[in-house]
Design a protein around this ligand. Sequence first.
Ligand SMILES: Nc1ncnc2c1ncn2[C@@H]1O[C@H](COP(=O)(O)OP(=O)(O)O)[C@@H](O)[C@H]1O
Ligand SMILES: [Mg+2]
Length: 308
Amino acid sequence: MIRSLTTEQLVIVTGKGGAGKTSLAAALAVLSARQGLRTILVTFDTEDTVHPAFGVRLRYKPTEVYERLAVSRVDAFEAVREYVRRKMPIASLYEGFFKGRTFRDFAAATPGFEELMCLGKLYDLATSSQFDRVVFDAPSSGHVKILLGVPDATLNVVQVGPLNHNARKIQHLLWDGERTRILVAALPEEMAVTEALDLTDYCRDERRMAVGPLILNQVVPKRFSSAEIKRLTEMDAPSPALRAAIRAAQSEHQLATVQQQVRQAVAHWPDVLEVPRLLADGGSDGDGSQTLIDAMVEPLSVLFGGST
Ligand SMILES: Nc1ncnc2c1ncn2[C@@H]1O[C@H](COP(=O)(O)OP(=O)(O)O)[C@@H](O)[C@H]1O
Ligand SMILES: [Mg+2]
């Protein structure tokens, strides 16, 4: 049974690099906006990169891309700057501090500080009256583990004061299964799925978060029976084009066969959501990615009660 996203204010999408986080997060954000939620898609980036699907530059300040859908990026430097601006009455005095090396040295010497500030920004967006939901295109597996462990680690060493207060409120948001959900994506490959299951356990058991479903991305369906493939292989194809088509069918069949073993291995899981391999990437102009996002909306709509 796949539990739909309903009240979640923060949806975190993670997984290994290349698993499809950016594409899936974008499609989930589009679906949320279509359901009427004022949604912001946030990526974890230190520079103003261009979003591959929406073609807009990702800035710290939210940019609206569609009705009810904004995008932005979060980084520690900007998050701390905003924090200080809000807390300090004469913030202009601190500009020099941020411009100099002192800040970077300080941040580098304080483990978890940058992560805590980024989580704080996500918290602010998730609880602001401007948005109903944050979809976070999170860092990949290793870094996200560190990120999610930071509130706990902070509370262990800082018992009072603003850092303690920040860590505590973030932790409450992350722990609250009604408000936060983490989705792990993986390609249907043995190693990738093992790693995804490990991350799922970590989030559920050590971070006490609501996790799932596991998103198996780029699933290639099995189109041919073994007998059909055998017949194709034995066929004396008259043209180069036909021979190429046969080779393509054979390699797809091979991939589908390997994937099927992985899919069967996780089939007993209560919540696995398969997203098929969709149209090929359209290149760097962003159009292909937009088409991919549109195509992803359909398989992902079960997460929204299938009502889109
Ligand atoms: N279901 C899919 N079908 C086809 N191509 C996909 C699919 N999911 C992702 N891709 C492609 O795979 C590549 C990696 O996806 P991306 O979303 O950037 O992953 P990540 O953010 O996890 O690194 C991109 O080129 C993307 O267009
Ligand atoms: Mg990405």
